[in-house]
Ligand binder design. Structure first.
Ligand code: SIN
Length: 275
């Protein structure tokens, strides 16, 4: 693919690219938007450096790709319900995304993409790992692909979100968190490539299998997804941005910097029902 307004340097042959020559803090021309979109379709996660972007510009960039998603648990900073605060410090009991996952896959229409801007970093650590679910699917044997085709899995937010945001919203008793059923192998609506779509955060059960069969198959798939062959790892700097396509990528945030501070904002773009 050739680009006229941006420069795109792949991080690995399977996943990830760094993008140069764009200022996300300013409105983008149509051509630049189209090239960022095309690079995302090809590389699945894009990395940008040195981006000064306030919350309004961050949301405006996200809106180029679709309606913004509002997180089912976290309220977002004052006046910005569509922004997810990503923050960890010495008082944190959890951080967002500690296990391999696709964002909010428990939604009926899970997010298409997520755009994370990090402004405060520990001295070292706090990297994010990304894994290509195209590459993970394509590496399966043909009999395994046939076995998984047509299976569906439950994705549940309850065990992930219950009690997690009480420091921000108070008691969440009575709140109902999302739960949805999605295909184990989904087809990307734009590229038409097939991708594995089960993750160790939200997926609780393959519906068509017995409980013990489902546990065994999910364990096998989660081990498979974590193979470094499908991955790239991003080392953040102040004002770096990562934009990943949740329809074909899983990610995991490394919390190896406790008790230091890591902080930023995520804007998440609404997606479609997986098929
Ligand atoms: C997330 O969006 O899951 C958090 C990722 C990160 O903090 O690197």
């Amino acid at each position: 693919m050739t680009y006229e307004t941006i420069e795109v340097k792949p991080v690995t042959p399977r996943i990830g690219a760094e993008v140069f020559g764009v200022d996300l803090g300013k409105p983008l021309g149509n051509r630049t938007f189209q090239e960022i979109h095309d690079a995302l379709m090809q590389h699945q996660v894009l990395f940008f450096r040195d981006q000064e972007m306030d919350l309004d510009r961050h949301k405006a960039f996200g809106r180029l790709f679709g309606e913004l998603h509002v997180h089912p648990g976290s309220p977002g900073p004052e006046g910005h319900p569509e922004v997810l605060l990503i923050h960890a410090d010495a008082n944190s009991k959890h951080v967002a995304g500690e296990k391999w996952h696709s964002d909010v896959s428990c939604d009926e229409r899970p997010p298409m993409g997520s755009i994370l801007h990090i402004h405060t970093l520990p001295d070292s650590g706090g990297d994010t790992l990304f894994s290509s679910m195209y590459a993970a699917y394509e590496a399966l044997s043909e009999p395994m692909k046939r076995f998984l085709e047509g299976l569906t899995a439950v994705h549940d937010g309850e065990h992930v979100y219950r009690g997690r945001y009480t420091h921000q919203v108070g008691d969440d008793a009575g709140k109902v968190y999302p739960k949805a059923v999605h295909p184990v192998v989904r087809t990307h609506p734009e590229t038409r490539r097939k991708a594995l779509y089960v993750n160790s955060f939200f997926t609780t059960r393959i519906q068509e299998l017995s409980k013990s069969e489902s546990d065994a198959v999910l364990k096998l798939l989660w081990d498979h997804v974590a193979d470094p062959m499908f991955q790239c790892r991003f080392r953040w700097r102040k004002n770096s941005v990562a934009f990943w396509d949740n329809r074909c990528v899983q990610h995991q945030a490394m919390w190896d910097y406790f008790p230091q501070v890591r902080s930023g904002f995520r804007v998440t773009v609404q997606g479609d029902r997986p098929f």
